[in-house]
Design a protein around this ligand. Structure first.
Ligand code: DLL
Length: 430
């Protein structure tokens, strides 16, 4: 029997959902126009007023927002509520080192946690469950989002954060964790460590995992399911739209239901911005229709995706998105952290290094590796290990993850005749 957190919404008829979206969209556009001069300016430039937006059919008239807008408006320029009503920020990396900062009122947090609760209940979660949350806590949305959802459902919540894998396994065994929330690569790592420690799936009580924040394949799903003896469910979201819980998988495990009462999805052609018909592959765009503090309208996620409204065996009527199939920009997700090559470039420029560099990403034993080869100038070749260490530490400060830096002789990185090949990603995640 399928479980729902909010059956009325999750199984709502198409007509009722459209009506709800229409009402919320109209109110949200008004709220943003009146309170966010940055977006009002974009609307004015496009010649659109709130009166032009009467229903979701008019959505295409609104201007897009991009990560670049977030950077320009940083930090407070897209805030739609007075700071005194905001109670939290969460954050993630931006394109050139400036971070994306998202703001929440208490109501925004409640709705976000509600979306995460839907994801937990869709795996069969109840208050009898013990939910081990090993996403990062702090500025990253993964830990706080699923922690909040787990509380709402009434699970006993273990706010572990990531790392210290043997301790994770000890708690998992001692407290009988039944649900695991973390990135898929960390789940695989936990699974491997469990077996290395001499345990089997009989030694743990896990039955479900809620994994997301980075691309993962069906093969990886099967591997994790076998290693941990669980059903592995996908969950999607991004900091800009509140965090995890924008979409979640159900018992059918084939695509993620989008919480359409909060987020209206569109698929566009990333080159022209034209809205594509349902079923087409293109860039996913979200309009958040309930967020108060940071309500982004037509936000371009850069995730390439397909939407389908086929009937789902779980009974939910919420539209489904497939697993993200790549990006329309150059963002990489390495060990769950968003990385833009331009961030690495900024460090190299600041430190006086050559811009002849190449980033190599791979996955070894289910853990992402990041190697950066940089050509050195003759004067930089005096104490290579010390220089490599300094650069690695500066890059770690910028990205939040440690790279291996290799200083290589001048002209040793293959020159390209067209665009430079800055990134070699050997992981084959799509
Ligand atoms: O990764 C939020 C999150 C936390 C989602 C925990 C799921 C679980 P950001 O750090 O802002 O937020 O990164 C957002 O991560 O645009 C996608 O490219 C990618 N992403 C998120 N979930 C998935 C997924 C969080 N299930 C960016 N599959 C998004 C593939 C994902 N990619």
């Amino acid at each position: 029997m399928e479980n729902y957190w909010n059956k009325e919404i999750e199984c709502m008829s198409r007509e009722d959902m459209k009506k709800l979206q229409d009402e919320r969209l109209v109110a949200q556009v008004k709220h943003v126009y009146e309170n966010v001069p940055y977006y009002r300016n974009l609307m004015d430039k496009k010649g659109v007023t709130p009166d032009d937006i009467k229903s979701t059919e008019d959505l295409h008239k609104l201007p897009f927002l991009t990560k670049n807008d977030l950077r320009e408006a940083y930090p407070y320029g897209l805030l739609a509520k007075p700071l005194s009503e905001c109670v939290r920020i969460q954050s993630t990396s931006g394109t050139t080192g400036k971070r994306v900062v998202a703001f929440y009122t208490q109501n925004d947090i409640d709705l976000w946690e509600d979306c995460c609760a839907r994801a937990i209940v869709a795996t069969g979660g109840t208050k009898e469950d013990v939910c081990q949350v090993c996403y990062g806590y702090g500025l990253f949305t993964g830990g706080p989002g699923l922690n909040g959802g787990s509380h709402k459902v009434g699970c006993l919540t273990l706010p572990m954060s990531s790392g210290n894998t043997e301790r994770q396994i000890q708690f998992m065994r001692d407290l009988g964790s039944t649900i695991l929330c973390c990135t898929p690569s960390y789940a695989a790592y936990i699974g491997e460590t469990l077996h290395e420690m001499g345990f089997t799936t009989d030694d743990i009580k896990l039955r479900a995992g809620i994994f997301g924040a980075e691309p993962w394949t069906e093969e990886m799903r099967h591997e994790i399911e076998n290693l941990l003896g669980i059903k592995a469910y996908d969950i999607y979201g991004l900091t800009e739209t509140s965090g995890p819980g924008v979409a979640f998988e159900c018992s059918e495990q084939s695509g993620m239901h989008i919480n359409e009462d909060h987020f209206i999805p569109e698929i566009i052609d990333p080159d022209t911005g034209e809205v594509l018909p349902e079923g087409s592959k293109g860039e996913l765009v979200f309009t958040s229709i309930t967020k108060e503090a940071f309500p982004l309208l037509r936000y371009r996620t850069r995730d390439i995706c397909v939407l389908t409204r086929e009937k789902c065996s779980c009974g939910r009527t919420l539209i489904k998105m497939c697993k993200p199939m790549g990006r329309s920009d150059d963002m990489l997700i390495i060990r769950g952290v968003n990385v833009f090559p331009s961030q690495i470039e900024t460090v190299l420029i600041n430190k006086g290094y050559s811009l002849n560099y190449q980033i190599e990403v791979d996955r070894v034993n289910n853990t992402d590796t990041l190697d950066i080869n940089i050509e050195m100038k003759p004067e930089q070749s005096e104490n290579i290990p010390a220089e490599e260490k300094k650069l690695a530490s500066a890059i770690k400060t910028m990205l939040g993850i440690s790279p291996k830096v290799h200083l290589v002789p001048e002209k040793s990185i293959t020159r390209s005749e067209g665009k430079a090949v800055r990134v070699v990603d050997k992981r084959k995640l799509h």
